[in-house]
Design a protein. Structure first.
Length: 202
């Protein structure tokens, strides 16, 4: 029996709004992202994964036309196309390292950034969580429990994505406790086996 080809299609307005709402946490938007990437006629597309996830990419019309044709008419595997943004798991958007690096490097993100000290930075890239005493500063933003944050070192380098385990409003009370859960860090590229941390094939 021939294996069913994975569906690639233009994202729905609902999915686009979910991802745009995620970007809104950091006081940015698709419009700013597209402007930085200088994509002409941008399209948000997704690919269905076998585990029910949907991987999202930002491409232009020419890229999408080529992808659409190749996926349906050939056995060629496309390992990357455009800007890989992340995946939707049910209604929860899980961002990619590519997206985080761009938001931080180009200073697109203005809210919900957290800087940590040198010792914590090293531990973070080995998959460890962040303790309250390790935080040296934070940007403006909403720092409630379960909120996503961009984790930075004190040289303004992007380390990864985190999710708050507690509210950071009273950080002095959380000194010896883990306050940011490591969701994705740049050290994963070295730790992962079989390229499982790289963008899903289209």
């Amino acid at each position: 029996m021939q294996a069913q080809k994975k569906q690639v299609a233009i994202a729905s307005t609902k999915d686009s709004n979910r991802i745009n709402a995620f970007l809104g946490i950091f006081n940015t938007s698709f419009r700013e992202l597209v402007a930085i990437l200088d994509i002409q006629s941008p399209l948000l597309i997704y690919k269905e994964e076998e585990d029910g996830l949907r991987a999202f990419y930002l491409v232009d019309e020419e890229q999408y036309s080529l992808i659409y044709k190749l996926v349906r008419t050939s056995s060629v595997k496309i390992t990357h196309a455009g800007m890989y943004l992340g995946v939707l798991k049910s209604t929860d958007f899980i961002p990619s390292l590519h997206l985080g690096s761009l938001l931080a490097r180009k200073k697109i993100a203005k809210n919900n950034l957290v800087w940590i000290d040198e010792h914590a930075s090293k531990l973070y890239t080995y998959g460890r969580d962040v303790f309250g005493c390790s935080i040296t500063k934070k940007s403006q933003g909403v720092f409630r429990e379960n909120t996503w944050v961009l984790v930075m070192d004190n040289h303004d380098e992007f380390l990864g994505w985190g999710r708050l385990l507690v509210s950071l409003e009273n950080i002095e009370d959380q000194c010896e406790k883990p306050v940011i859960k490591n969701m994705l860090d740049i050290g994963m590229y070295l730790r992962c086996e079989e390229n499982t941390c790289f963008p899903p094939e289209i």
